[in-house]
Design a protein around this ligand. Structure first.
Ligand SMILES: OC[C@H]1NNC[C@@H](O)[C@@H]1O
Length: 448
């Protein structure tokens, strides 16, 4: 065994509701902002939508059987809020509850522990019609939704994740405009990000009040940020970008305050008057773990035409890249894990997403995705170094993704799965990486 992980290290796979379920008009489900956004022409590559996706809603038993064959200990998926509350609040949709109970019971039968994400971006459209996350009342609605999930599913869920990647939902959905609900307004983005974090704290408080034995945390998209070169301006720009991307979301939850360097710049432009007294106490409720989603590093060059953080992403020439164009940089994962340990203490961490898109094709019933195996192999080595050499309290790993699925604005072109999905027939085909990962899970380490 060349690379061995600690005994009890948890190997898993991850998905999300809108990306795999389909059945958007079935089982009493209400409309989500992604149903609305994906049906607006021009928003999604090839005009794709999540209407059918992987049809996991009907095929979940086959998918759980495949996970059992894979041998993973744990499976991270998200609950679709509009399946539980079609209008966002009000009456509970019992058919939606039943679907997730069936899924949870199938996982329990298969000996697979669920890690459930409460919000992975598919906000009920009815709440968006009332301002969405711009509206502070959406945080209250989220706490009610969370409480309902704890009550209905808590007997079968050992691990809860309040939010998936608040940076991505806030900034790509409300500033860069490439994701639902497709806004382009920085002050709105900061208001949304604050209400996302506030709702996280409210959901943690409810979890503690119910005295649940399960653990609860939050999942962040994150990247290690590097200056383009040694110039002080580049270093300052990288610092500010790290503040915008990472600290703005990690610090309120883990330190109880927003990072001053970027906050003061925002306040020069507009008052952050959506931050109310007591909010940061709520947001910084103790959590049991932090989820880290890492795919690539970020290189920043000074650019004073970019407001607030005065920096723009630059690409390393001739770098190895995935089908998303993201640089393959496993050292950045180790770096980011060490940064978290040094800034926030040794809170338990899970890699709640990591993986790569590749141009996978089926050839005589097989999929040679050696590129993905190489990507994973190198990131696993970086993880193991973080544990063994840097003392990072890394407890587990969820591979993104179990299935090829709807990759948001990119539609179905970008394949992240270790299981190939033929979107014409919905047939699943195990890729070579499925068998490779099966061995890693079995051996709790990398094959020599
Ligand atoms: O882009 C790959 C993944 N990144 N994190 C959030 C997921 O929903 C994405 O598919």
């Amino acid at each position: 065994m060349t690379v061995q992980f600690p005994k009890g290290f948890e190997w898993g796979v991850a998905t999300a509701s809108y990306q795999i379920e389909g059945a958007v008009h079935e089982g009493g489900r209400g409309e989500s902002i992604w149903d609305r956004f994906s049906h607006i022409e021009g928003n999604i590559q090839n005009g794709d939508t999540g209407d059918i996706a992987c049809d996991h809603y009907h095929l979940y038993k086959d998918d759980v059987a495949l996970m059992k064959e894979l041998g993973v200990k744990t499976y991270r998926f998200s609950i679709s809020w509009p399946r539980i509350f079609p209008n966002g609040t009000g009456d509970v949709n019992e058919e939606g509850v039943q679907f997730y109970r069936n899924l949870l019971e199938a996982l329990h039968e298969a000996g697979i522990e669920p890690a459930v994400t409460l919000f992975h971006w598919d906000l009920p459209q009815k709440l968006q019609d009332k301002g969405g996350w711009l509206n502070r009342e959406t945080a209250d609605a989220f706490a009610t939704y969370a409480k309902t999930c704890y009550e209905r599913f808590g007997d079968l869920v050992p691990r809860w994740i309040t939010h998936n990647e608040p940076f991505v939902h806030a900034f790509l959905g409300h500033y860069f405009g490439e994701m639902a609900p497709g806004m382009k307004d920085l002050r709105a983005t900061l208001q949304v990000s604050h209400h996302l974090l506030l709702s996280h704290g409210m959901a943690v408080k409810v979890h503690r009040e119910l005295g649940l034995q399960s653990e609860i945390g939050i999942t962040y998209s994150t990247s290690s940020v590097y200056p383009a070169n040694k110039h002080v301006k580049d270093k300052e720009a990288a610092e500010l970008y790290d503040g915008m991307l990472n600290k703005w979301f990690f610090d309120p939850v883990l330190l109880g305050s927003y990072p001053e360097d970027i906050k003061s710049r925002y306040e020069e432009a507009f008052p952050l008057d959506f931050i109310q007294d007591g909010d940061l106490d709520t947001i910084s409720q103790r959590i049991d773990f932090c989820g880290i989603n890492y795919y690539f590093r970020t290189i920043i060059a000074y650019d004073n035409t970019v407001p607030f953080w005065n920096g723009r992403e630059v690409q390393k020439e001739h770098a190895e890249r995935t089908a998303m164009g993201w640089e393959v940089y496993p050292d950045g994962l180790r770096q980011r894990l060490l940064e978290c340990k040094e800034r926030y203490g040794n809170l338990p961490l899970y890699i709640t997403e990591n993986g790569c898109a590749a141009d996978d094709v089926v050839n005589e019933g097989k999929v040679d995705d050696s590129f993905r195996i190489s990507y994973l192999d190198r990131h696993f080595k970086a993880m193991q170094e973080a544990i063994e050499q840097d003392g990072v309290n890394l407890k587990g790993y969820y591979l993104w993704s179990f299935l090829d699925n709807f990759e948001w604005a990119y539609g179905y072109d970008k394949r992240f799965g270790i299981v190939y999905v033929d979107y014409e027939t919905l047939q699943r085909v195990k890729k070579d990486s499925f068998y490779w990962y099966q061995q890693v899970v079995k051996e709790n380490g990398l094959p020599s």
